[in-house]
Ligand binder design. Structure first.
Ligand SMILES: [Zn+2]
Ligand SMILES: [Zn+2]
Length: 271
């Protein structure tokens, strides 16, 4: 059983209403033994009117509250301190300064934007097929993994398919195999990893992010660092679809999943 959820949000993220304590209760109720909060920090996000600052993390207050929460629940569950940073090709320096300033256990680097736009907004897809959208998205990630290393795992690699019209219906792995191979090799060569994000199941993809073909390719290239996360923004979503996710990563060849402490990976056997 997967007993670690390493991608969780609380109301320190502008898109969650859940207090840290409520999330912890949810995790304990699901039988987890280790969790890592990874609230959003997306500097220079192109906000729509009225949403300004939604993904700017008050990191000092966040870490202080996390320390108190971890202490309060230490007999019940191991709580680690993470962050999910939004990587953009023009802000590597700012992100590195930020990450090096704080004592995080774990850093997810995610691409939430594509060509400076949030693919969550329908406007992004007006003149674009899934293939066009995914291609520019992966080109951005390609640039990031070659030029930025202040993260531990790359978040939800094929995330953009969640928001394409028809979602992953038109996804053909072979169309992206070359660029994905380069991205994954680079991640491995630089000692980084990826996550398997089970929210894809909740989003109706019938798969996690990234999907099985990408996970298999990563494993076949020698990829070992794989964290497991639900991307829960509320207690009921913690560890969602972890049973399916566990079976799927095993079928892709993984015998271990990974957790992090002080930015160092620890490998846990899947039994
Ligand atoms: Zn994300
Ligand atoms: Zn997230």
């Amino acid at each position: 059983m997967l007993r670690s959820d390493f991608h969780m949000h609380s109301n320190f993220s502008g898109d969650s209403k859940a207090a840290l304590g409520h999330m912890v209760h949810g995790a304990v109720a699901k039988g987890l033994n280790t969790i890592c909060f990874t609230d959003h920090n997306d500097p220079f996000f192109p906000y729509r009117e009225g949403e300004e600052g939604m993904f700017d993390l008050d990191t000092d207050r966040y870490l202080e509250s996390l320390l108190q929460t971890a202490e309060l629940y230490r007999d019940k569950i191991d709580i680690r301190h993470g962050v999910e940073i939004g990587i953009q090709t023009h802000i590597y320096k700012e992100l590195s300064e930020y990450i090096r300033k704080y004592p995080f256990d774990f850093v997810i680097g995610s691409s939430h934007l594509c060509l400076g736009t949030d693919p969550y907004y329908p406007a992004f897809w007006e003149d674009r097929s899934l293939k066009d959208g995914l291609t520019v998205y992966l080109e951005d990630i390609h640039q990031n993994v070659h030029n930025f290393t202040d993260y531990d795992v790359y978040g939800h690699l094929d995330y953009i398919v969640r928001y394409a019209p028809g979602k992953n219906k038109d996804f053909r792995f072979a169309d992206y195999a070359d660029i994905l191979e380069d991205i994954l090799k680079t991640i491995i060569d630089k000692g980084k990893g990826i996550e398997v994000n089970s929210a894809g199941f909740r989003q109706g993809l019938g798969a996690p992010n990234p999907c099985a073909d990408i996970l298999k390719l990563y494993r076949s290239l020698g990829g070992e660092i794989l964290t497991t996360g639900s991307d829960a923004h509320k207690p009921e979503d913690i560890a969602s679809d972890f049973t399916q996710t566990e079976a799927l990563i095993q079928s892709c060849g993984f015998k271990y999943y990974t957790v992090f402490k002080n930015r160092q990976p620890e490998f846990i056997k899947i039994d």
